[in-house]
Design a protein around this ligand. Structure first.
Ligand code: PLP
Length: 318
């Protein structure tokens, strides 16, 4: 089977969590594992987190675990306690060491699904679903594209900026497995000559990118840097990278703000980035036909803010 997999996935390590193995147990990710009736597969009914490991240190581990818990609560999916996820991650990292060494940079994806309909894996609701951690080296293509300028297009996400409040059943801000729309938007962008997308609400507010958070930079009259990101009340995902950058920027004396952000605000910003845990900070040099200035120096500062890893949890805007 292994020859069907790319090199990166062959060198990945996987850990399952279940009632019999609350601390996790290794499994071969290159062999079939899931029941075809698992609701994570047939309905995208599950939640996940993706995080970065550098030299064996997991970046923003607590913010990610807290956000996993938040997504699980919103979707009403029972998940194992935090200690189980921490132990599973350590087991995975240890397996890399046993195999001959930790890659310098790994991504870890934690996945929890609702499991098989009508057949809970355990009577204990914390273990009733399907749970695993997948650890894989960060692909060379991702490492090479880090910090490189990107062109984005603004696309309508199809719901209004108050949809999260009006329609809680949409579970807008949960990090669920249902990413088909986000992936389709990315394909649309690439087919039309862009690298990525920034979604707008139907009433014209800036939301987020399909897999990242929008960050704007400007300076006030005194020359103090001001970072602005769209308000979380629009139902966007509270980004752990944005939260980590805000925590470090605040310590550095920068000003911080949460939108509402309009497309005009975005284009008027001095600089714009897309942020996410593995990609880090990608400067935007074009929004549709509007050119934006890119600062290599400020991108490096944001990378440094991320490396400080100061945030205690995901951002809440309060
Ligand atoms: N927004 C969406 C929709 C995402 O999927 C992601 C990450 O995957 C982000 C924002 C960025 O979140 P983080 O910085 O926590 O990786």
């Amino acid at each position: 089977m292994a020859e069907h997999f790319q090199e990166d996935s062959v060198s990945s390590v996987a850990v399952r969590i279940d009632a019999e193995h609350p601390q996790g147990v290794l499994f071969d990710p290159h062999q079939p594992q899931l029941r075809v009736t698992d609701l994570g597969v047939v309905r995208g009914d599950g939640v996940f987190e993706t995080m970065l490991v550098i030299d064996g240190a997991v970046r923003k581990l607590t913010p990610h675990l807290n956000r996993l818990r938040r997504s699980a609560d919103i979707t009403e999916i029972g998940i194992p306690p935090e200690e189980s996820w921490r132990a599973a991650i350590q087991l995975g990292l240890e397996e890399f060491r046993t195999r001959g060494g930790l890659p310098e940079q790994l991504s870890i994806r934690l996945t929890a699904t609702r499991g098989v309909d009508g057949e809970p894996a355990s009577e204990d609701p914390q273990f009733a679903g399907t749970y695993w951690a997948l650890l894989a080296p960060v692909p060379a293509t991702m490492l090479a594209s880090r910090g490189k300028p990107i062109a984005v297009t603004l696309l309508d996400r199809g719901y209004s900026s108050d949809a999260a409040e009006r329609s809680p059943w949409l579970m807008l801000s949960a990090k669920t497995l249902s990413y088909a729309v986000n992936m389709a938007a990315g394909r649309w962008a690439r087919q039309h000559g862009f690298d990525d997308v920034i979604f707008l609400s139907s009433d014209g507010q800036v939301l987020e990118a399909p897999t990242s958070t929008v960050l704007m930079y400007s300076e006030d009259a005194e020359g103090t840097p001001v970072l602005t990101t769209p308000t979380l009340s629009t139902g966007i995902l509270p980004g752990t990278s944005q939260g980590a950058i805000f925590a470090a920027a605040e310590r550095a004396g920068w000003k911080l703000a949460y939108g509402p952000v309009t497309p005009e605000d975005l284009k008027a910003a001095q600089h714009v980035w897309l942020l996410s845990s593995v990609r880090l900070a990608s400067p935007v040099n074009r929004i549709d036909d509007h050119q934006l200035e890119v600062s290599t120096e400020l991108t490096a500062t944001l990378m440094d803010f991320l490396a400080q890893d100061l945030a205690e949890t995901y951002p809440t805007e309060s």
